[in-house]
Design a protein around this ligand. Structure first.
Ligand SMILES: [Mn+2]
Length: 312
């Protein structure tokens, strides 16, 4: 049984303990790593011993966030806290078999893999929960902490453009900016700069996407060959790219993996991406969800097309 905690419950629980190892999710994004880094820095400011379990999948432009904070394995007696992880199979691979003591998350769907949980599905980013937790703990935002939190909130809100962006997102972002942290370089890197490889992949997608329902639904099945030269950074946000096409309200991208395919679904409000991904054993948010399953690309394309048109 998972016990749900409030911000003050979780703050008290953390304040009364001394050693922590923080976990992030597989294929880590700015929210999981930014949130975990901010929590780690905050706990250290309070004199506690805290580390992130090193996430080997972390992409280059975010790796600075875990610098100086990581360990390769938790130490004896460390309490284990997962950050921005909805289900245990989404935990970073390095955490396989590790019992989790506290889960801090903002996903609407998930499973009970920890005895304690601080979950707020209304938070646009996990970073917003971490901010309130740090304030409750009496932590002072410094530039490093503010940068990590800003990366968390700006990433999950699509730089304050996605519909999950709220007054609360801006409240946390304003507090981060007020520290004087130089947020422009990382913002430009995350939201303005595209590698040529990424743009070429997007160009392939423009030519190879199929549209349904008068252009409201887009479906793209990408052979592994197309992304053979791509880094994880190049592929970051690639599913969201389809949604940026005028008229598209719901889009699905299917990519080949070593063990089958990975489906990413993105949509505007009024659709439920997680309901689509649930049909393939996945989940996530209403606006952004994913699933990985064992099918050939052609089979998966047909199966996803059927579900898209059945539901919408
Ligand atoms: Mn998140």
């Amino acid at each position: 049984m998972m016990k749900m905690m409030t911000i003050s419950d979780a703050a008290r629980w953390l304040a009364e303990r001394d050693r922590f190892c923080l976990l992030t999710h597989c294929r880590p994004d700015g929210d999981t790593v930014g949130s975990a880094a901010a929590l780690c820095l905050g706990l250290r400011q309070l004199g506690k011993t805290a580390h992130l379990l090193k996430n080997q999948e972390l992409a280059g432009n975010l790796s600075f966030l875990q610098e100086g904070l990581t360990v390769d394995a938790p130490a004896e007696g460390d309490l284990v806290v997962s950050v921005d992880v909805s289900t245990d199979d989404r935990l970073q691979p390095e955490a396989a078999g590790l019992p989790v003591d506290l889960k801090i998350d903002h996903h609407g769907s998930g499973n009970d893999f920890a005895p304690l949980a601080l979950v707020d599905a209304g938070a646009g980013a996990c970073g917003q929960i971490i901010y309130d937790l740090l304030m409750e703990l009496g932590v002072t935002l410094d530039c490093a902490l503010a940068t990590a939190l800003y990366v968390a909130v700006s990433t999950d809100t699509g730089c304050f453009r996605f519909p999950n962006t709220s007054a609360d997102s801006f409240r946390v972002a304003a507090a981060c900016a007020a520290t004087g942290a130089d947020l422009y370089p990382i913002t430009r890197q995350l939201f303005d700069v595209n590698s040529l490889t990424k743009l070429k992949i997007q160009s392939w997608m423009v030519e190879n996407t199929r549209f349904f329902r008068d252009g409201k639904i887009a479906l793209c099945a990408m052979p592994g060959q197309v992304e053979k030269d791509a880094t994880p950074d190049d592929m970051d946000g690639v599913a969201g790219f389809l949604r940026s096409i005028e008229g598209v309200e719901l889009c699905a991208l299917i990519r080949e993996t070593d063990t089958g395919v990975k489906l990413s679904v993105r949509c505007v409000p009024g659709y439920d991406a997680s309901a689509i991904c649930a049909r393939f054993g996945g989940g996530g948010h209403k606006g952004a969800s994913g699933a990985s399953f064992d099918m050939s690309l052609t089979e998966a394309e047909a199966a996803v097309e059927k579900v898209l048109l059945e539901l919408y």
